[in-house]
Structure formats: structure tokens, C-alpha cells
Design a protein around this ligand. Structure first.
Ligand SMILES: Nc1ncnc2c1ncn2[C@@H]1O[C@H](COP(=O)(O)OP(=O)(O)OP(=O)(O)O)[C@@H](O)[C@H]1O
Ligand SMILES: [Mg+2]
Length: 282
């Protein structure tokens, strides 16, 4: 049925996410860019990986790559030199593929981590010879990519879960909970009596998804309960879950069940924030 007002949907953003994932996975070759074509670059220094994103002027993905890394903890850079080395590598690979030098980039920090951590992220970017244009907060970057003006973004990354409520483009509430994907890994490690590094690989193995999920389900329910409490004080829909730790087949079903509302998950949820960050590079 046609209604006058267009419903908010994930359709367009899912298309971009799928294109981006093809570039990251090497299923699609990046095109060489024109000399002096303006590029928009995003750097996401995360607890579990560093993601480099390159967009064209129309915010279409040109290139993407990431490296797993343990250089950031709970949004704070704990290995400055290590971060720079990885970013230098990612930048050099991007320049080689695109045939152009990357001259500027934007970065991001979790909300409420302060000016110091923004400076550190800017310094990491500048140490790789890119001008740090803007350091934005992560949920705002995610909302920009999702074109979400009113709603709740739940970003479940490696170390933390960030719940951010937007009303008419304004971030009106942020709750950061120190539980993320690494806690799911620890639960799995404890259950199977195996080292955390082995449990991490087991967790990400798509063939083990249905065996893993019942074990980590209580962690998902905890995150949904926290989100429910936040929404009891500030209600904004839709609820969008992003971040790598939402990558289970039954995640949304379990999360929505505890939340008591339907949450939505974009395709390749781990790339939402990195793509949003690059959109700020002007
Ligand atoms: N296929 C998968 N199944 C389950 N979990 C996954 C999968 N892929 C990645 N993860 C988990 O997602 C988490 C990383 O997510 P993401 O890349 O969004 O985090 P980050 O940005 O590095 O961290 P943070 O935002 O907390 O600083 C890790 O805990 C990782 O194990
Ligand atoms: Mg993140």
C-alpha cells in the first residue's frame, strides 16, 4: 500500500555495504582513479581491527581494507606506534591499487572519550602523512551513513556496546557499556575450555554459527536489556544494530525478542561506522 511519507529503509545503504564488502574481500577490483580526483578517506581505529575506507565525491566506495589489531582498547589507542605501522601499510596498499596518494582522512572516537583521544587519533592519521580533517564521534558517523535522523544506533564492537539515541539529527543520549564481542569470545572459551584466541576463530566460523549462538546468547540478551532500559528513558525508532559482534544469523531475532521491539541489522554491519567516517572527509 502506498503511503504519502517514504518509510526509512536500509535498501540504499545495504547496496553500498555490499559493494564495499566486495572491494574489501577482493571480489571486485577497485578502479584506478583519475589524477587529482578528490577522494574521501576514513580511518576507524577499533578494538579489534583498523579499517581504511576510500570513497569518491559521491560517497561511493572505491577501496576498503582492514587488519585485525590489538592497538586500541575501549576506544583508546594503547599502542601508538603499532597503530601507525598498520595504517601506513593500509594506506600504501590503497595508494598502490588506486594509483593516487591519499592526502587527507577523517577519524572517529567513541562519544565521551574526550579531546585527548581525538588528538591521539588525529596524530596517528598525520603520522601517516595524511591531513586529519575531522575526528567525529562513532555513532554520529554510523547515523550519517545510515541517513538516520531519528532512531537508536546500537554499535556492538570488540570491546564495547555503544547505544546512541538520535532525535532530528541530534545525539540526545549515549550509553557506553563495556561488553562487546570479546566477551562473547570469553564465554565461548569458558564453555569449551579452550584459549581465547581459538574461541575467537571458532566464534567467527560461519559453519559453527548455530552451535555458537545458544552459548553466547546471554551476552546478546544483556545488551538488549541495556538498550531496553535506555529506550525507556529516550524512545526513538528505528533501532539499528551495527558492529562486527552482531554477525550471527539469529542475532536480530534474539535481540528483538528481549528488547520487545523489532531491531534492524544492515548487511555487513561492521562496515557502517568506517563508511560513515569517510563521508566527513571534504
Ligand atoms: N562473523 C562474526 N561472527 C561473530 N562475531 C564477529 C564476526 N566477525 C567479527 N566479529 C566480532 O566483532 C567484533 C569486532 O567488531 P567491530 O569491527 O565492529 O569492532 P571494532 O570497531 O574493532 O571495536 P570497537 O568498536 O569496540 O572499538 C569482534 O569481537 C569480532 O570477534
Ligand atoms: Mg567500532
Amino acid at each position: 500500500m502506498q503511503t504519502g511519507k517514504k518509510q526509512w529503509s536500509l535498501d540504499t545503504t545495504n547496496q553500498t555495504l555490499k559493494e564495499f564488502a566486495k572491494l574489501v574481500n577482493g571480489d571486485k577490483a577497485a578502479r584506478k582513479v583519475r589524477k587529482n580526483e578528490p577522494l574521501k578517506v576514513g580511518v576507524d581505529l577499533g578494538t579489534s581491527s583498523i579499517v581504511l575506507t576510500v570513497l569518491d565525491q559521491h560517497d561511493q566506495p572505491l577501496y576498503g581494507a582492514f587488519e585485525y589489531a590489538k592497538v586500541v582498547r575501549d576506544g583508546i589507542v594503547v599502542d601508538y606506534i603499532g597503530s601507525i605501522q598498520i595504517l601506513k601499510r593500509l594506506k600504501a596498499q590503497a595508494e598502490n591499487v588506486l594509483g593516487q596518494t591519499l592526502t587527507s582522512a577523517c577519524g572517529a572516537i567513541p562519544p565521551g572519550t574526550g579531546e585527548n583521544s581525538a588528538n591521539v587519533v588525529a596524530n596517528v592519521i598525520e603520522a601517516t602523512e595524511m591531513e586529519a580533517k575531522e575526528i567525529v564521534d562513532e555513532p554520529t558517523a554510523a547515523a550519517k551513513f545510515l541517513r538516520l535522523t531519528t532512531g537508536t544506533v546500537v554499535d556492538i564492537g570488540g570491546g564495547t556496546t555503544g547505544i546512541s539515541v538520535f532525535k532530528q539529527k541530534r545525539l540526545v543520549k549515549v550509553v557506553d557499556e563495556p561488553t562487546g564481542g570479546s566477551h562473547m569470545t570469553l564465554v565461548l572459551a569458558g564453555y569449551h575450555h579452550i584459549p581465547a584466541d581459538d574461541a575467537e576463530l571458532m566464534k567467527r566460523d560461519p559453519k559453527k554459527d548455530s552451535a555458537n549462538f545458544p552459548i553466547i546468547r546471554p551476552v546478546v540478551e544483556k545488551m538488549a536489556t541495556i538498550t531496553k532500559n535506555v529506550m525507556a528513558t529516550q524512545l526513538a525508532e528505528p533501532v539499528i544494530v551495527v558492529g562486527g559482534a552482531t554477525n550471527f544469523k539469529d542475532f536480530v531475532k534474539a535481540f528483538s525478542h528481549t528488547l520487545g521491539r523489532s531491531a534492524l541489522k544492515p548487511a555487513f554491519p561492521q562496515f557502517v561506522t568506517p563508511l560513515g567516517i569517510a563521508m566527513y572527509d571534504k
